[in-house]
Design a protein around this ligand. Structure first.
Ligand code: ATP
Ligand code: MG
Length: 679
């Protein structure tokens, strides 16, 4: 029997609330997610059939966890039939059953981004618009945004104001027509078509309203207009919709999330019962005080203050470090100390950052110290495609017979050496018993190779041999790498291929981080060389932590690294929130482009409130950008925390290594690595 006494009075009220709309507006760590799982359990115990229950969350991971928690409480059998899903998976379910009513076949395919891009680029070309592929990708981005705002192809025309939006208006309907001809939908269509089906088919609407008689939504503050419309449709009639959320944690405005959904809920669902939870069960008093102090600076919010019945706990720390490497070292020191003094596990620590690029220095340091870690919601730095592309160049420059990497870069970025030419070259090299590199050097002699291709190959060969020579100068390694970036134009290619300009920008920044990694390597190594740098990277590739075995990593006791966005809903005993600087948090985009500092403040609040026992804020005085040092300013959010509440251990603590220490640290690095591999 479910024990209602394990809940506080407000939580209990929410759990036993049976019919009609319910808004649970509550701060972080107040038990919102717990209320949902308990409410499902309670409904089941009250005799509500499992298949009348629908719970929607934001990520597959959250959905899986929620399902497991309910199953733990009521048993697998009793939970059978309930639907716990993300918005997208819920819609896939509906479409699989009824998409024929929209003129698609039920075996429709869902197009990944790359296919969407190709299609839009072709259409832009077909229309004859003189745009670059980057512009074409912008068109797709706009189409996606329109769909999330419930603007359909036929309605978009009305919003065409200038040449660009007119282009979007011309492409959008053609794009939909093509998709339909291919019996394909894109990711955004899933939601939009779900809504369309319910809007156009009263029988389906009635069916689903009856089917899902009890509905719950977690992280409701991050719903966008199309998701909101779907919920209003599904809950229409009975109004048994229970949403839980925290307006202070709305962090997806950039994907069209609209906080007003939560602020207006009572208006849209008359008779809503509103329950507030303010008791926090997660964090210490000091952590909450800091979080409250920061978030009160947002103006458009429902006022609430979190409190805890627990103690004040340790003070929140702020450490101003020298640079990225120092920041990473300080975190490692604290992990060692805390783990030892408090008998904690690695799994009790989380390192949170605003942008995924920031993980690089921490990954390197964790590997150096042989501490297991898991990177959530991002790829490990050296496994990212954009990094592998550059590294492939470096490998081939060092060793031209590395054919795997040679083939990876021979037409990347595109230089007019097409697949059939490549096949021909490979065949010729096999026939003649020559290495591919040799064949490339004498490409003009390969039968059926036209002049243009031969010229492209020859300039590719020259590029590589030129760089082989330049990289031999150990004093110019960083500069040479920068030159490689400029001459190969990696960034242009990324912008050409990636539809979402924000993602493209991030990938370019990741690549630039490789230059920083080289700069640090050069600084710390007595006799740096390209070979030494690559050796270090390949050891990092294959070290004991292993790649592509996420499961075993998760099973291990490991430090968690993730972005603030992916940390939503989670909790950790010790949290390091790093990069507390202007430009990171608030992010430079919000300072200079969107002017939405409030959203950044909410992100900061999300970060603080992940911590249970100890919160450590860190920042650096300077960081490398494109290999050069840049001065940084502490985050404005730090100054919003009353001075007495921040513990600032000796400001000059950062240690600058002497050249001898640097050399020692580098040789330690390699001996440590070789110990790991026993060579
Ligand atoms: P977030 O806003 O970060 O998603 P939340 O409001 O969903 O947080 P939960 O994750 O449900 O909060 O709960 C936070 C922590 O508090 C969990 O460890 C949960 O088990 C615990 N908790 C919640 N309610 C109670 C309670 N009444 N008694 C004891 N512990 C509780
Ligand atoms: Mg939650």
């Amino acid at each position: 029997m479910f024990d209602l006494n394990s809940l506080n009075p407000q939580q209990r009220e929410a759990v036993v609330h049976r019919d009609g709309p319910l808004l649970l507006l509550a701060g972080a760590g107040s038990g919102k997610t717990r209320v949902i799982t308990c409410r499902i359990t309670y409904l089941l115990e009250q005799g509500v059939p499992a298949d009348e229950i629908l719970a929607v969350t934001f990520t597959n991971k959250a959905a899986k966890e929620m399902k497991e928690r309910v199953e733990d409480m009521v048993g697998r059998e009793a939970a059978k039939g309930m639907v716990i899903a993300t918005f997208h998976s819920l819609c896939v379910r509906i479409l699989k059953a009824h998409i024929d009513r929209l003129g698609y076949k039920k075996n429709f395919s869902i197009y990944p981004a790359s296919d969407q891009q190709r299609l839009v680029r072709d259409l832009v070309r077909e229309i004859g618009a003189e745009t670059s592929s980057a512009d074409a990708d912008q068109v797709l981005f706009r189409i996606s945004a329109a769909k999330n705002q419930l603007v359909r192809a036929e309605d978009y025309q009305a919003s065409a104001r200038d040449p660009f939006t007119s282009l979007v208006a011309a492409v959008y309907p053609r794009y939909q027509k093509k998709l339909k001809a291919y019996n394909a939908v894109d990711f955004d269509d899933l939601l939009l078509f779900g809504v369309t089906l319910l809007e156009q088919n009263p029988d389906l609407l009635e069916y689903y309203q009856r089917r899902f008689r009890y509905q719950m939504v977690d992280e409701y503050q991050d719903t966008n207009p199309v998701q909101y419309r779907l919920l209003r449709l599904l809950a229409g009639g009975h109004g048994n919709l229970c949403v839980v959320g925290d307006d202070d944690q709305s962090i997806y405005a950039f994907r069209g999330a609209d906080v007003s959904n939560i602020l207006d809920f009572e208006k849209d669902f008359p008779g809503t019962k509103v329950i507030k939870l303010e008791q926090n069960y997660r964090s210490t008093g000091n952590i909450l005080a800091a979080a409250n102090a920061v978030i009160t600076n947002n103006t458009k919010r429902r006022d609430k203050k979190l409190w805890t019945a627990g103690g004040a706990g340790e003070q929140v720390d702020y450490l101003l470090c020298l640079d990225s490497e120092d920041e990473a070292r300080q975190v490692m020191e604290m992990i060692h100390a805390e783990k030892y003094h408090k008998n904690l596990n690695y799994g009790d620590f989380a390192i949170l950052y605003r942008t995924n690029t920031q993980s690089r220095a921490f990954e390197e340091q964790l590997r150096y110290e042989n501490i297991p870690y898991v990177l959530i919601g991002g790829q490990q730095f050296f496994e990212r495609k954009e990094i592998k592309d550059v590294v492939a160049y470096l490998r081939v420059i060092l060793n031209a017979t590395d054919e795997v990497n040679l083939l990876r870069i021979i037409n990347y970025p595109k230089r007019g050496i097409g697949d059939s030419s490549i096949d021909r070259l490979i065949r010729y090299s096999a026939e003649q018993g020559l290495s591919l590199w040799k064949v490339l050097q004498q490409a003009a002699e390969v039968p059926d190779t036209n002049e243009r291709t031969a010229a492209a190959i020859s300039s590719f060969v020259n590029l590589l041999t030129g760089f082989r020579r330049r990289f031999q100068n150990p004093l110019r390694l960083v500069e040479t790498l920068q030159e490689l970036f400029r001459e190969v134009k990696f960034a242009d290619e990324i912008y050409r291929q990636e539809k979402d300009p924000a993602i493209a920008k991030r990938r370019v920044e990741n690549q630039e981080e490789l230059i920083n990694s080289m700069a640090v390597y050069v600084e710390r190594t007595p006799e740096p060389s390209l070979a030494g740098f690559l050796e270090r990277i390949s050891l990092q590739d294959d070290d004991g932590i292993g790649r592509n075995d996420k499961e075993s990593k998760l099973a291990q006791d490991a430090v968690t690294l993730m972005s603030l966005h992916s940390s939503k809903g989670l909790e950790f005993p010790i949290v390091f929130l790093v990069g507390m600087e202007e430009g990171f948090l608030p992010h430079k985009k919000s300072i200079f482009e969107t002017f939405d500092i409030d959203e950044e403040r909410r992100l900061c609040y999300v970060g603080f409130t992940r911590a249970e026992k100890r919160l450590v804020l860190l920042g650096a005085r300077q960081r490398r950008k494109y290999g050069k040092l840049e001065q940084r300013e502490p985050s404005r959010f730090l100054s919003e925390i009353p001075a007495g509440q921040l513990n600032q251990p000796a400001p000059d603590k950062p240690i600058e290594l002497t050249p001898e220490e640097q050399a020692k640290s580098a040789s330690n690095f390699f001996s440590n690595i070789s110990q790991m591999f026993g060579d």
